[in-house]
Design a binder for this molecule. Structure first.
Ligand SMILES: C[S@@+](CC[C@H](N)C(=O)[O-])C[C@H]1O[C@@H](n2cnc3c(N)ncnc32)[C@H](O)[C@@H]1O
Length: 186
């Protein structure tokens, strides 16, 4: 995977998405899964917070491509992954947000282990908000990222066969992510 050029960043970092399943952790108001459904035929998103889950369940009730799941990603992600035989594009974004504190725990490491374990050679793992790695943000949105460092995440990905890692402080999908996104492929 070559270094992405700015003009290429309006599309997801996958060539042909037609046999992919998109799985997001942390649905919130559904902005990213809504964009993802324009290119991925099957989309799942997992949301812990009752209010945001109900909002997204109602928002996507009639949507032919999007299913929203209620609960912790640590529990639901392995169940979903077990059911998918084709390639998955993971968008890992479960953590505290305004109106949705997560009690300090960021489930990224558990999610990463599950994603790596899926084992399809075309799986893609995208992680949002890498700016938070290694930080204690408990005074902001309730998150403790101290144990989640860039070294640890890159090490897990590399050891899991995802040695092709890009960092995109730019546009992915049709959302601008000033927050830092990393995308890993095998
Ligand atoms: C930053 S927001 C997600 C934004 C969304 N992915 C987007 O791009 O529009 C993070 C969401 O993760 C949810 N969350 C936090 N911990 C979670 C967990 N363990 N499992 C599932 N969702 C979680 C929060 O309730 C919050 O709504």
């Amino acid at each position: 995977m070559s270094k992405p050029q700015k003009e290429q960043l309006g599309s997801w970092p996958i060539g042909d998405t037609k046999d992919y399943t998109f799985i997001e952790t942390g649905c919130n108001k559904g902005h990213t899964v809504s964009k993802a459904s324009m290119v991925f035929p099957v989309c799942h998103s997992i949301e812990l917070n009752d209010k945001f889950f109900k909002f997204c369940r109602d928002r996507f009730r009639e949507h032919p491509r999007i299913t929203v799941h209620h609960g912790r990603s640590e529990k639901i992600l392995p169940e979903l992954v077990d059911q998918v035989t084709g390639p998955i594009c993971f968008w890992l974004d479960a953590h505290g947000a305004p109106g949705a504190p997560c009690g300090g725990h960021v489930p990224l490491i558990s999610e990463l282990e599950t994603a790596i374990g899926h084992g399809h050679d075309r799986d893609v793992i995208a992680i949002d908000d890498t700016r938070c790695f290694g930080r204690d943000a408990r005074d902001q949105m309730g998150d403790n990222w101290l144990e989640i460092t860039m070294d640890k995440v890159e090490g897990l990905l590399s050891d899991g066969g995802f040695g092709n890692i890009q960092h995109w402080p730019a546009k992915v999908g049709s959302c601008w992510h000033r927050s830092g996104v990393m995308v890993a492929k095998r």
